[in-house]
Design a protein around this ligand. Sequence first.
Ligand code: FES
Ligand code: FES
Length: 164
Amino acid sequence: MIEADNTLHTVTIAINGARKTAAVEPRRLLVHLIRDDLGLTGTHIGCDTSQCGACTVEIDGQAVKSCTVLAVMADGASITTIEGVAPKGGALHPIQAAFHEHHALQCGFCTPGMIMSVRQLLRDHPSPSESEIRHHLTGNICRCTGYHNIVRAVESLATEAHHD
Ligand code: FES
Ligand code: FES
């Protein structure tokens, strides 16, 4: 019989600029470390099949579904969550502001993951076409908006120079 490995491993990450250390079991998912151990609940869990994208964060500058990563795999990484994207002082990040302006959310459950995914898109393709936007967001499911206003919000950012 295969026995579960309950040995705790120390994981140290930089998250939204702050250094954090936690002791985790090898099977613990990064999304649970972020939400339950570090209390950053803006990163959501919307499925158990790695399909919804609500858990998307950035690991060393790349958008990743944090439910697909073991916490131990993130040891030493620099992670940004939705709590870390807006500038200090209460202003919205430009993508957040565009979502607000174009009514790109309803319940808002998918929005943190959408924002993190759009950041990746605009870094890779500063002026994406509508089809490129829709293709990029296939990994992020929204049950409310029908995606139309999300696409409009991203299109509004396409010619703006500053996305980070
Ligand atoms: S919770 Fe990670 S993809 Fe759905
Ligand atoms: S706004 Fe409700 S799931 Fe997207």
